[in-house]
Design a protein around this ligand. Structure first.
Ligand code: UD1
Length: 338
């Protein structure tokens, strides 16, 4: 089955390409490389022993997308391609709405024109905001997004649900990711932030590698056991496998319109300081860090109830935070030539 992977050169997309091949699917990558590097394709080749078809195109380009879909007889799409920097989205909301919503609409139009039924969409736990009760389940009410980035995910989910409901022949799953971390255990692919990383784990690994002088922990006066924020850190390989499970599930629901959302996390929360501590322990090093002020817009704590994915998709995260921190550091050492 030929699967189009938009954003397939990105962090989660590239790991998903590996899992798709291992599960017997045939992925085709479309990526405009706006936030990824062509070296990822070599990394994929080193893992998989073959080239994956790749097109450097923008998902907003209907004509180009249509061509790829027809050339490869695409039967399902995983749509990762999107901008994801929360702070940038506050400064440039139109750029975010245009790209994230525009490309989704374009993908849906291309699907409809070509009779492609199945879509897996990258959503985020950001749709819950600071939930009143954690762990959050898929029925936890969505809250008004804190950022335009978060709002693009919330709006996208509504667009997808409405589209399925209209009975146009779609089967769609939105996966609400928690915090993806780690890298492929081969260290052939991993996270490649351009410029200064926004996210915690690439900032940790770059600090350990000497690329950054020190990590700032954004607040230790929150209402949590050690005062730092709590997140659900999931190994990117586990997260990638969830996309294979979602595609498999979609194929069991081809007789009627189908829409579903799943939390994709570990089900466990860890504090920022616990992550740092784990990174230091498993890699036998000391990290230069200091406690700084809170970062505006951060939720205090969130982690997911993941039983729905276990029950309905037969998927569960298997890797530990220790493995994530080892794999993240192995990858950083490779790209820093350490
Ligand atoms: C957020 C969004 C997520 C989105 C992601 C994209 C939420 C709950 N999650 O993740 O949906 O996909 O941004 O970038 O809104 N931290 C530090 N120092 C640093 C960097 C981070 O202390 O230098 C802390 C943050 O305060 C936070 C935790 O580490 O508590 C994780 O931060 P980050 O990796 O940026 O992810 P989120 O903000 O959770």
């Amino acid at each position: 089955m030929n699967i189009l992977v938009t954003g397939g050169a990105g962090f989660i997309g590239s790991h998903t390409v590996v899992e798709l091949i291992e599960a017997g699917y045939s992925p085709v990558i479309v990526d405009n490389l706006s936030n990824s590097d062509p070296s990822v394709l070599q990394g994929l080749k080193n893992i998989l022993g073959k080239d994956i078809p790749f097109y450097q195109e923008d998902c907003n380009d209907y004509v180009k997308m249509n061509k790829v879909v027809q050339r490869h007889n695409i039967e399902g799409i995983i749509h990762f391609a999107a901008f994801k920097a929360v702070g940038e989205s506050v400064a440039e909301p139109l750029k975010y709405y245009q790209n994230n919503i525009g490309s989704l609409l374009n993908v849906l139009n291309v699907m409809q024109a070509n009779g492609i039924r199945n879509l897996v969409f990258s959503s985020s736990c950001t749709v819950y905001g600071q939930a009143d009760v954690i762990p959050v389940t898929e029925n936890t009410p969505k809250k008004k997004a804190e950022s335009p980035y978060g709002n693009t995910k919330a709006i996208a989910e509504d667009i997808l649900e409405d589209t399925v409901k209209a009975g146009l022949g779609f089967g769609i799953i939105s996966l609400r990711y928690f915090n993806p971390v780690g890298a492929h255990p081969t260290a052939e692919i991993g996270e490649l932030p351009i410029g200064v990383p926004n996210n915690l784990v690439p900032y940790i690994t770059q600090t350990a590698a000497g690329v950054r002088e020190k990590l700032t922990v954004f607040g230790n006066d929150y209402d949590t056991p050690d005062g730092s924020n709590i997140r659900d850190f999931i190994h990117v390989v586990d997260l990638a496998k969830a996309h294979v499970s979602a595609l498999n599930l979609l194929q069991k629901h081809t007789d009627a319109p189908y829409y579903n959302v799943f939390n994709i996390g570990t089900g466990t929360g860890n504090t920022v300081l616990e992550v740092i501590d784990t990174f230091e322990k498993v890699n036998h090093l000391k990290l230069n860090y200091e406690i700084g002020p809170r970062r505006p817009g951060d939720v205090v704590k969130i982690y997911g109830d993941v039983e729905k994915a276990a029950m309905e998709m037969n998927w569960r995260a298997a890797k530990t935070l220790e493995e994530s921190m080892k794999d993240a550091w192995r990858w950083q050492k490779k790209i820093s030539n350490l």
